[in-house]
Design a protein around this ligand. Structure first.
Ligand SMILES: [Zn+2]
Length: 150
């Protein structure tokens, strides 16, 4: 491990930043970062990465404290970033979803995740009507990921 590490320079700016919310699954992190930087051209963004991504903002089936805390975090990050744009990303074979939605087959799980993303977008637009909210879904294909809008 180096004693001191210097990052590449990043221009300091006071411009608003996007807020990105996605699952913390390590299989997807490099793909999400690649997509955000190279497909969406996001040089910097405020990130909330938790198991299941936006699922924690859905009206909680049995754990309302997750939803309450989640919306507090989103409001805080939104205000700090002065966000005009929010990107929600979900992915196939999400272990969090498999755990909280046991019994659903893969197709049902994809339907549930898409429904949750749309529900969270509606909740965001209720609270922050000026936002641009984008939804994406990723699936692994060998060493790469395929990411499509929802
Ligand atoms: Zn996941």
């Amino acid at each position: 491990m180096p004693e001191i590490f210097h990052t590449a320079p990043v221009k300091v700016t006071s411009a608003s930043a996007a807020v990105v919310l996605h699952c913390s699954d390590p299989r997807y992190q490099p793909h999400f970062q690649d997509f955000l930087r190279n497909a969406l051209q996001l040089e910097r963004y405020a990130l909330i990465a938790v198991p299941g991504g936006a699922q924690f903002l859905t009206p909680a089936d049995n754990q309302p404290q997750f939803s309450w805390v989640g919306w507090q975090w989103v409001k805080f990050v939104h205000d700090v970033a002065r966000a005009e744009r929010v990107v929600l990303m979900a992915h196939d074979d999400c272990r969090w979803y498999l755990d909280v939605c046991s019994g659903l087959d893969p197709a049902q799980l994809r339907t549930r995740i898409a429904k949750d993303l749309r529900g969270v977008r509606a909740g965001l637009l209720e609270r922050f009507p000026q936002l641009q909210v984008e939804l994406y879904f990723a699936r692994l294909d060998g060493d790469l990921a395929v990411i499509v809008p929802v």
